[in-house]
Design a protein around this ligand. Structure first.
Ligand SMILES: Cc1cc2nc3c(=O)[nH]c(=O)nc-3n(C[C@H](O)[C@H](O)[C@H](O)COP(=O)(O)OP(=O)(O)OC[C@H]3O[C@@H](n4cnc5c(N)ncnc54)[C@H](O)[C@@H]3O)c2cc1C
Length: 362
């Protein structure tokens, strides 16, 4: 995961600094260039050859291209039309949601980031505005702050991670602030403007934070615009709703797993749903009956400290609304102390210069 590759070096450093004996051995700052190079290795070239032997060993035929439903159990990929004997499973995922906020469309190209730009960037911006304080927003805010950006998070609810337990949200807020992140809660974006090199946000509370780029982290939308689902009476651009077997109730041969059904936007839940769908296609009746497939799904927010949230079926039955959450206990010891995250403009400029040199860009 590219976002985890940006977070992991700081997490490892912070962990070492919490442990007397190890702490003394860690003196330097994060090497931002090395962090980005490792991220590139993890993302890899656009080459999936390492996975192909696994696909082939399972007797799976891989057809490359954009698929669209054209008729009952029929999918077209380029010029090739495929017909399934039993079922078609949609697992096309989701895209960043970029709402039409006032002035956002008028900002210079390259100023508006989604998770894609954030996780593939070759440079760490000097100042970053993050709109949205959910898991994606806070994870990337902490990652960029610890890599050298001065980050401001803007969250409309009264706390970041509004769906987490309040105490967990408070610990993450404190950790972000210790790192130097400015956390603006209870205020939403009124408009964006560009003032020469600055992106300036006006918020509903009258704040006007500015940055070099703005990261929009306000949610996801399903990748269903160009999937041909209108051929089976579903609406393009919307979530594909499914039953407990991951089957579309109105189309008995069609299943949808992962982000596309909107139940739980988590990798492990998509994999779990895929097993349920396949079981059902093969004639087994397993189904999600315990309710832990939506907001109650086990999940982790990979900030430092991390938030792990787990709901067992027994707990879920009496109180489906609440979850059991824990944060990794950690002493109040130095967070963000000596990373490359000094926030002076001079440091940012120096970092950008060294990154440009390393990547050969001007
Ligand atoms: C910044 C960020 C951090 C995250 N961190 C975590 C985390 O820590 N833990 C976690 O569990 N989850 C995390 N998630 C969520 C996780 O990435 C998703 O839930 C997961 O990838 C969804 O899997 P999927 O198979 O539904 O879709 P995807 O992984 O998006 O895969 C869909 C694939 O379908 C392809 N495709 C799309 N349309 C077509 C078409 N018409 N024809 C053919 N192919 C098509 C796409 O190119 C893509 O390769 C994170 C997400 C983001 C954005």
């Amino acid at each position: 995961m590219p976002s985890k590759a940006l977070q992991r070096p700081y997490e490892a450093l912070a962990e070492a600094r919490r442990i007397p004996g190890a702490r003394e051995a860690v003196n330097g700052a994060l090497d931002v260039g090395a962090v980005l190079r490792r991220r590139d290795e993890i993302i890899g070239a656009p080459d999936d050859s390492a996975l192909i032997p696994w696909v082939e060993s399972h007797g799976i035929t891989l057809v490359r291209g954009h698929g669209r439903i054209v008729d009952e159990r029929r999918v077209i990929v380029g010029d090739e039309e495929l017909e399934a004997r039993r079922a078609v499973v949609l697992s096309v995922g989701s895209q960043p949601l970029v709402p039409a906020l006032n002035g956002l469309g008028d900002l210079e190209p390259g100023r508006v980031w989604t998770n894609r730009e954030a996780t593939t960037t070759k440079e760490i911006p000097g100042r970053m505005l993050v709109v949205g304080g959910g898991p994606e927003g806070v994870e990337l805010a902490q990652a960029f702050q610890t890599l050298g950006s001065q980050v401001t998070v803007i969250e409309a609810q009264h706390r970041v991670l509004p769906r987490a337990e309040e105490f967990a949200s408070a610990q993450v807020t404190a950790a972000l602030q210790e790192c130097g992140v400015e956390v603006l809660t209870g205020q939403s974006v009124v408009n964006f403007a560009q003032d020469r090199g600055d992106v300036v946000v006006k918020t509903s509370a009258g704040s006007t934070p500015s940055g070099d780029v703005v990261l929009i982290a306000v949610g996801r939308r399903p990748t269903t615009e160009d999937l041909g689902i209108e051929a089976v009476g579903l609406e393009p651009g919307t979530l594909v709703e499914v039953d407990a077997h991951m089957r579309v109730p109105t189309v008995p041969w069609l299943y949808a797993v992962g982000d596309i059904n909107g139940r739980a936007l988590l990798t492990h839940m998509g994999a779990y749903q895929a097993r349920l769908a396949v079981d059902h296609i093969l004639g087994h009746e397993h189904a999600i009956a315990h309710g832990a497939d939506g907001a109650l799904a086990p999940q982790v927010t990979f900030t430092d400290p991390q938030i792990a949230s787990v709901v067992t079926p027994a707990k879920a039955r009496p109180a489906r609304e609440s979850s059991s959450t824990g944060t990794t206990p950690s002493p109040p010891a130095p967070r963000c102390q000596t990373s490359a995250a000094s926030t002076t403009p001079q440091t940012h400029r120096a970092q950008r210069a060294s990154l440009s040199t390393a990547s050969g860009e001007s």
